[in-house]
Design a protein around this ligand. Structure first.
Ligand code: NAD
Length: 356
């Protein structure tokens, strides 16, 4: 039976970069004779405009039935005045929650050809290949109680709750170990166990999960040290696994090691490996319709989709090799320092498809 992908282009540059991604997917389907089909659905601001909801029921239904979801980006200044619960970004949060996408994979890979584009010294980042796995549906962003209250003395107090159950820790731990098995077999768990009780439990559960993966080496690091090590010696890491909030911060720092936001893919997986794949950047309203958007983060997200949800590792590798080859050929979009001769969005997509 063929595998089904739901494509959600979204807003801003979303449709432009997703179009290039589909070009590449079409090519790879043909080359590897993959039994894949896809269908486009509404999501984000465009869905709000047409249906009054950022995540229409029909789209959610299609996503539930799909094997994987390819997502562009949502949002834009025209929606800033919409009611908070109807803003495009809320649709994405709802989709992640509805589908139980608890494991967020954020690779930070620096193609050696782009070492000069990083703000760090080339020798520190050249050849960088780390995977940050962030817990996505729990922790302090979801914990209850939360709020702002007024105390009897009239002063206000803001509070949130950082909580993780053993099962939540165990499933993100397993996700990290499974991925480490496909890589260099090293997991570094980042916590704050010297200060926070939940972190003690986190460490304990990670240690017990590790017993099922004797080939993988588990280490622990406090989050403050991890932030420092990421900019000091990032190549020491293979897989980093951490909580929702720590992962939010560390993965953005790691993203900058690689030079441009336009290069970074991501995956959000459920317990069965079904996933939503998206570039980490937003809808970039400042460059919409100008051919300036770098489609490589979306194209690399498709490689992740083939690897983690569709079981087509060879097709994934061939996309990654094709991206490397177009960089070798000198193709650069404006964000990669292409200057006057910068490749336009569609030229970059065409070049990757041709390299396949
Ligand atoms: P952004 O990521 O859209 O843009 C930040 C900067 O990076 C901009 O200068 C943009 O031009 C540039 N940029 C982003 N992607 C690029 C690409 N592929 N190629 C070249 N340059 C690129 O972040 P923002 O400006 O803070 O947010 C814009 C909108 O996107 C907001 O409405 C925000 O809420 C939304 N957003 C959506 C997502 C998502 O859909 N997952 C993520 C982040 C932000």
């Amino acid at each position: 039976m063929s595998q089904k992908i739901i494509v959600l282009p979204g807003d801003g540059i979303g449709p432009e970069i997703v179009a290039e991604g589909i070009k590449v997917l079409d090519k790879v389907r043909e080359k590897f004779r993959l039994d894949l089909e896809w269908e486009t659905a509404l999501m984000g601001g465009v869905a709000y405009d047409k249906t009054g909801k950022p995540l229409p029921d029909e789209t959610l239904d299609l996503c539930r039935k799909a094997d994987a979801i390819l997502f562009g980006a949502v949002g834009g200044p025209q929606y800033d005045s919409a009611p908070r619960e109807l803003r495009p970004e809320r649709g994405l949060l709802a989709l992640r929650a509805e589908l139980g996408l608890f494991s967020n994979l954020r690779p930070a890979v620096l193609f050696p050809q782009l070492a000069e584009a990083s703000t760090l010294k080339p020798e520190v980042v050249s050849g960088l290949d780390i995977m940050i796995i962030r817990e996505l549906t729990g922790g302090i962003y979801f914990g209850q109680p939360r709020g702002i209250e007024t105390l009897p003395n009239g002063e206000r107090r803001g509070f949130n709750t950082l909580e993780y159950t053993e099962s939540e820790i165990e499933r993100i731990g397993r996700s990290a170990f499974d991925i480490a098995m496909k890589r260099d077999k090293r997991v570094c768990s980042v916590d704050k166990a010297n200060v926070l009780e939940f972190s003690e439990l986190w460490r304990e559960v990670l240690e017990s999960v590790a017993k099922d993966y004797p080939e993988v080496t588990l280490s622990h690091m406090y989050v403050d040290n991890a932030a420092m090590q990421l900019v000091r010696m990032p190549k020491q890491f293979d897989v980093i696994v951490t909580t929702n909030m720590f992962g939010d911060i560390l993965s953005d720092a790691a993203a900058m090691l690689t030079g441009s936001i336009g290069m970074l893919p991501s995956a959000s997986l459920d317990a069965n490996g079904k996933g939503l794949y998206e570039p980490i950047h937003g809808s970039a309203p400042d460059i919409v319709g100008k051919g300036l958007a770098n489609p490589l983060a979306t194209i690399l997200s498709i490689a992740m989709m083939l690897r983690y949800s569709l079981g087509a590792e060879d097709a994934a590798v061939s996309i990654e090799n094709a991206v490397s080859s177009v960089l070798d050929q000198g193709f650069r979009t404006a964000d990669l320092g292409g200057g006057e001769n910068a490749a336009k969005t569609a030229e970059m997509g065409d070049a990757v498809a041709a390299a396949l």
